[in-house]
Design a protein around this ligand. Sequence first.
Ligand code: ATP
Ligand code: MG
Length: 506
Amino acid sequence: MPEAAAVGSGPLLALEAVTKRFPGVTALDAVDLSVAPGRVHALVGENGAGKSTLLKIVAGAQRPDAGKLLLAGREVRFAAPRDALKAGVTVMYQELSLVPQLSAEANIFLGMEPERRGVLDRRTARARAQDALRALGAEFDPGILASDLSVAEQQLVELARALVRDARLIALDEPTAALSQVEAGRLFEQVRGLCGRGIAVIFVSHRLEEVRRIAEDVTVLRDGRRVFSSRIAAVSDAELIRHMVGRDVEYARLNAAAAPAAVPRLEVRGLTRRGHFTDVSLALRRGEIVGLAGLVGAGRTEVARCVAGADRSDGGTMLLSGAPYRPRSPREAIRRGVVYLPEDRKTQGLVLGMSVRENVTLATLERYSRRGVIRRRTEREAAARETAAVDLRPPEIEREAGTLSGGNQQKVVLAKWLLADADVLIFDEPTRGVDVATKVDLHRQVRALADAGKAILVISSELPEILALADRIVVMREGRVAGALEAAGATAERVLELALPGAHAA
Ligand SMILES: Nc1ncnc2c1ncn2[C@@H]1O[C@H](COP(=O)(O)OP(=O)(O)OP(=O)(O)O)[C@@H](O)[C@H]1O
Ligand SMILES: [Mg+2]
């Protein structure tokens, strides 16, 4: 529906009946979309709905099979990302695309060095890069290597890239998935600023509260089709979710089937890693899910990494079923049944160039080999079973992992560890980048794992998730345990009270 800001100028970008097919799947099916200048248009939908594909077409990284793109009323055909950039269209992908070995500044000008009398003018380049970064509130030196920047900083470099090219449209694909809440808040301010300059923004996210904060308009994709568009203020979350998944979805509190075992499977006593966390104690029983809550930076991931053998602690003890446990490597931890599913699954958990099957069986390959020969059939069956359990879409185990949608790549990592039948599982932000319906499915799976006798620790920044999933909640604050709550009586307020610096502990 047309809005005040768009009147007179018309949409900046319009897609008309855009279709994109891949072997076996129609990623976009005659999709129409209209994006107004100076506004944020959210694009939402389940994993694999076609959001990233749409952005790639807008960016000229992929060509539509049918349909057209209009920029400010004129049809455009982008043969390559370069053409889109020239027309003022920039896309920031799920996986950032900076060249790590180049400086921030060099990345900003990549492909368009400003020239003076045909000679590269480094001074002008540096000044313009500095201006753009300063306008975005960046505090680092433009000469710093991209690989030395945090994700949030790399995003600023990508935005600066767009600014020096006088972008008219910026599309962001799940930009907050790897950001802390503070960083996300800062990014939103920058996005607002861009809108103030009349730039149109397309914003992809699975977090509806975030979509509500930042966007004016919303479009829902489902199985490659546009099923709904509206002003965001005119639609409820429940309605949006119904459009996304075609049914009602709710977080349900999932209770344990039986009382957890009496003896802890894993016990952590007074664990300390200097500079990271201090005197952390917790116990994990079979059949139980313990939630580790806290703000980003509270030390949760650091604790998990020590338990999983990725880092060494310098104080305290750990016990596995009462026996001393001091893993010197993740391999040793895995051998003893302890597995950590990292937050950053894309870089730490998945080999994008390998097939789904190879990824899933990577950690357990010795099981399918006899005298060095891999028994393919058994391997395939195992991979097929575990990927079905996580509802991989499409359910093709020979597909290259890199061609799966972001959320489905995460499911592959989970399938891998389910197969490894580890019995102490540590999930770090397990549903980040996962759509609402899949999230509820994953919650059920995690509960089923607990009911099957595994001991589970879940780190999550999403309070509703912790409250729905955990039997007990341990809250960390600034590297220490601030308190523990039985989940039955816990509320979001109570958890926050413990998690926030300055608030006093129980
Ligand atoms: N290069 C490719 N080759 C084959 N199939 C692809 C390719 N890229 C995407 N697809 C398929 O197209 C469909 C849409 O994928 P897309 O990445 O656009 O989803 P998405 O909405 O961004 O999902 P997510 O929320 O998980 O990131 C999926 O079925 C995906 O497997
Ligand atoms: Mg995507």
